[in-house]
Design a protein around this ligand. Structure first.
Ligand SMILES: C[S@@+](CC[C@H](N)C(=O)[O-])C[C@H]1O[C@@H](n2cnc3c(N)ncnc32)[C@H](O)[C@@H]1O
Length: 191
């Protein structure tokens, strides 16, 4: 069976993360990806989880508490500022990062990820990624502004040097209503 988008996104990142490593959830939302990353990195690992909405930070905090997971630093800020938070871990490389683009399910659909900040965050994360590390973006694009973000991201990532990165697109082309798809960026070679 072909994997659905979310399980495949999780598989892609889980297969490159080792316990004890540093990873990022760039859009924590309701916390589902944060929990997956927290479990994959284990008690000696660390997850930096970003969101611009207080509601998302609270929802994620509650889910982590319920699951008794303590290796997550919740950051109420835009992922485009990721480099500020990584400064204090300058000695550590990033194993991976996940983005879920779009709006917070069950919340204000006008608060969405934006092309400029998404691309800036990807650039900053890619420069700190270990060789073999991966950035997985689940691209939801059915909302207002979603097409522009999708196109900006595809245009940007198509230009990545194939000697340094593999960039994968994965999705179902016969599903109705703007199905989400994955863009995954694997680092092959150091900068
Ligand atoms: C599709 S939802 C994420 C869903 C989440 N991964 C989950 O498992 O529930 C997208 C989230 O991105 C957040 N967001 C939008 N712009 C952002 C930014 N610049 N930095 C960090 N988070 C952002 C939204 O507030 C929203 O919660």
């Amino acid at each position: 069976m072909l994997k659905r988008v979310i399980p495949y996104a999780h598989q892609l990142i889980q297969q490159v993360i080792q316990p004890g490593e540093l990873v990022i959830d760039a859009t924590c939302g309701n916390g589902h990806d944060t929990v997956m990353l927290s479990e994959a990195t284990g008690p000696n690992g660390i997850v930096y989880a970003f969101d611009i909405q207080a509601e998302a930070i609270i929802n994620t905090q509650e889910l982590l508490k319920e699951k008794q997971l303590t290796n997550v630093e919740l950051i109420h800020d835009s992922h485009q500022n990721v480099d500020h938070y990584l400064e204090k871990r300058a000695d550590q490389q990033l194993a991976g990062a996940i983005f879920n683009l779009g709006y917070l399910p069950g919340s204000d659909k006008a608060i969405v990820t934006k092309p400029t900040s998404t691309i800036l965050a990807i650039e900053k994360i890619a420069s700190r990624l270990k060789v073999g590390g991966i950035i997985v973006c689940v691209v939801y694009h059915g909302h207002l502004g979603g097409t522009a973000e999708k196109e900006a991201l595809l245009d940007h990532l198509k230009q990545y040097d194939q000697k340094q990165f593999n960039v994968l697109q994965y999705g179902f082309i016969n599903q109705k209503n703007h199905p989400p798809f994955i863009l995954a960026i694997e680092k092959k070679q150091a900068d």
